[in-house]
Ligand binder design. Structure first.
Ligand code: HEC
Length: 124
C-alpha cells in the first residue's frame, strides 16, 4: 500500500505540477477510477478493438480484465511484459485461443492500457 502511494505520487510529480496532486494521490489509493492511469487507459481500450474480445468482468473471447488484473501484480515488469503481448499477440496463458497481434500500437499506448487493466484487480 505504501509502495502504491509512492508510485502514484511519483507519477503525478513527473507528469504535472497542478495543485490537486495531493488529493488525487490519496483518493486514488481507494478508488482506482480517480487514478490518471485509469482514465488514460480506458480511453485507449475503448478506441481500439479490445472490447470486441474482452469485457471487464466476464470472459468473452479473451479473459475478463478483472481476471487478468488478479493474475498479474501491477509492477513495471508485468506492464512491459503484457504490453509486449498485446503488440505481438499471445496465447497459451488463458486457453488455446490466441490474441491477435496489434503491430500498429505504440508501446507507450499498450503500456497505458495495461496500467488501466491492472487497476481492475478485485483480489486486494
Ligand atoms: C481477437 C480477440 C482479441 C482482441 C481484439 C484483443 N484480445 Fe486480448 N486476449 C485475447 C485472448 C484470446 C487472450 C488470451 C491469450 C492467452 O491465452 O494467452 C487475450 C489476452 C490478453 C491479455 C493477457 C495476456 C496474458 O499473457 O495473460 C491482455 C492484457 C489483453 N489481452 C489485452 C488486450 C488489449 C489491451 C486489447 C486491445 C488493444 C486486446 N487485448 C485485444 C483476445 C483478444
Amino acid at each position: 500500500m505504501i509502495a502504491m502511494l509512492a508510485l502514484v505520487a511519483a507519477c503525478n510529480n513527473s507528469s504535472s505540477n497542478d495543485s490537486t496532486t495531493d488529493t488525487s494521490a490519496s483518493s486514488s489509493a481507494s478508488d482506482p477510477s480517480s487514478n490518471p492511469d485509469y482514465s488514460k487507459g480506458i480511453k485507449l481500450v475503448t478506441t481500439n478493438d479490445c472490447l470486441g474480445c474482452h469485457k471487464i468482468d466476464e470472459k468473452l473471447t479473451g479473459p475478463a480484465y478483472q481476471d487478468v488484473a488478479n493474475k498479474y501484480k501491477n509492477t513495471d515488469e508485468n506492464v512491459k511484459m503484457l504490453a509486449g503481448k498485446i503488440i505481438a499477440g499471445g496465447s497459451g496463458n488463458w486457453g488455446t485461443v490466441p490474441m491477435t497481434p496489434h503491430p500498429a500500437l505504440a508501446e507507450g499506448d499498450a503500456e497505458q492500457m495495461v496500467k488501466y487493466i491492472l487497476l481492475l484487480r478485485t483480489n486486494k
